[in-house]
Design a protein. Structure first.
Length: 478
């Protein structure tokens, strides 16, 4: 018997788990994939939005601003990468200046701090590669960039440190109401709980509709992206948006916390809730639109393209609260952009709802800090030499593109909720995220995973399930 079962180990589910672990509750997170951060949370713009875009008075606007304001302190407490680099919404046509003014006024009403409209002269000083067509911009110094994997994993690891259980490869198949509890049916058996938190991303409507007569509809909205090599670092320093208007909505161009340049996303509604395939049309569209905002985009430096799905609810609003007619079932649904930014505030809101319903008492043993994987590149030469002397694995470079050591990979595998696959290692250490896109380091990473986990190398997958990499071994040639 659990007090709370959370469906989904994405950033909203993990943030909710961490916040709920501040109370004396028995909590379990169930996730159909093999790891945390395997859905929307792994493929997005990695932006900490300032909060000027969402409609004033909406829950989305409220939680966006709250989450943005929580981000810097959380990044220090939980040791994940975050940078407040500021954002610019670029106006390309004089006749659209009233729209820029409206966006400014909405931001002020939403509570965004230090927001102002700047002229072309100041804009060019901030971003020399801005388009020659740009006439002005909305400048939001509180905008930022974050590592979405790092944040999601940090929430989950800290929740686990505080007693939250995680069950992976566990797909929810249905529910049964039993007096004051819920039976959660899964591919790994049934579990009983007093409260259910539905943080299932694009599948949240599916689970909501199982328990409520008032139906919810979520459309998977695909966004294509291009990631540019770290050699493009400095091409832009702010997150650059294009002002939506009669000429269409543009895509963003932004630096990442790791020194890459990211371009995207498109916005294409699809039916397939697993439809994360990129298309030539989508990539062409984002390159064309990005080129209207900045000049000289170094698109030949693309090292990978990818797509993510946003959980677009028909009313374009977050749905967070106890479901009408389903006592003890709490929705955390419709979490699309700015969901990543809002996640800390979403987790706090979910925890407040559940703790109030449960009459839960605070957990006096809660530990609110977490230390991430040690990066030897952040050490001085003397400190690094001492580390390697103590543990030679930190002197063995596995990923040459990102200069990731064996020591970091071993840590990623053996820490709480450790990596079980190549993608799990990649999201925790960046091994495989560089220019060669794991072409060089995969065999050695497989060896380390197999050794540390005590399994045959053929059992190691790219991302869980049937994504095996080694499909046969000719032992006569070993």
């Amino acid at each position: 018997m659990y007090d709370v079962i959370i469906i989904g180990a994405g950033v909203s589910g993990a943030a909710s788990a961490r916040e709920l672990s501040k109370y004396k509750l028995k909590i379990c997170v169930v996730e159909k994939e093999e790891d945390v951060c395997c859905g929307t949370s792994k493929a997005n713009s990695a932006i900490a939005h300032a909060g000027f875009d969402a409609e004033s008075g909406s829950l989305m606007a409220k939680l966006n601003v709250e989450g943005n304001q929580m981000m810097e302190q959380l990044s220090k407490e939980l040791d994940f990468p975050f940078k407040q680099n500021g954002s610019l919404v670029v106006c390309l046509h004089e006749e659209e200046m009233p729209n820029l003014q409206k966006l400014y006024e909405r931001g002020i009403e939403n509570g965004v701090k230090d927001l102002r409209i700047i002229n072309r002269k100041e804009l060019v000083e901030l971003e020399p590669n801005i388009s020659d067509e740009a006439v002005a911009a909305l400048y939001a110094p509180t905008g930022g960039i974050v590592c979405p994997f790092g944040m999601n994993i940090a929430f989950a690891e800290n929740a686990a440190r505080n007693g939250v259980e995680f069950k992976f490869d566990t797909e929810v198949t249905g529910f049964e109401k039993k007096e004051d509890t819920w039976i959660v049916k899964t591919s790994q058996g049934n579990f009983e709980t007093k409260y259910v938190v539905n943080a299932a991303g694009v599948y949240a409507d599916h689970f909501h509709n199982m328990v409520s007569e008032k139906k919810l509809h979520i459309t998977p909205r695909r966004g294509d992206y291009c990631l540019l090599d770290r050699s493009t670092e400095g091409f832009v320093t702010h997150t650059i948006f294009q002002l939506p208007g009669k000429y269409g909505k543009g895509v963003l161009v932004t630096p990442t916390v790791h020194g890459n340049t990211l371009v995207g996303p498109t916005a294409i509604d699809v039916e397939d809730k697993e439809g994360t395939n990129t298309t030539q049309a989508g990539i062409d569209e984002l390159i064309s639109k990005a080129g209207s905002t900045v000049k000289g985009l170094p698109i030949r430096q693309v090292i990978t393209s990818f797509a993510g799905l946003r959980a677009h609810e028909d009313g374009h609003e977050f749905y967070i609260g106890e479901v009408e007619g389903a006592k003890g079932f709490i929705d955390c649904a419709g979490i699309e952009s700015p969901g990543l930014t809002s996640a800390p505030a979403i987790g706090k809101m979910v925890a407040e709802i559940v703790s109030r319903l449960a009459g839960a008492k605070e957990n006096p043993d809660f530990v609110g800090t977490r230390k991430g994987i040690l990066d030897p590149k952040t050490l001085s030469n003397e400190e690094r030499a001492a580390l390697i002397k103590e543990n030679p694995a930190y002197g063995n470079i596995i990923c040459r593109c990102e200069m990731i050591t064996e020591g970091e990979i071993i840590d990623a595998i053996n820490r709480p909720l450790g990596a079980k696959s190549l993608d799990g290692v990649k999201r925790r250490t960046r091994a495989g995220m560089g220019r060669c896109q794991a072409g060089f380091c995969s065999p050695r990473t497989i060896e380390i995973l197999a050794r540390e986990r005590g399994v045959d190398p053929a059992e190691i997958t790219k991302s869980g399930g049937n994504s095996k990499i080694i499909v046969g071994i000719n032992k006569d040639r070993i």
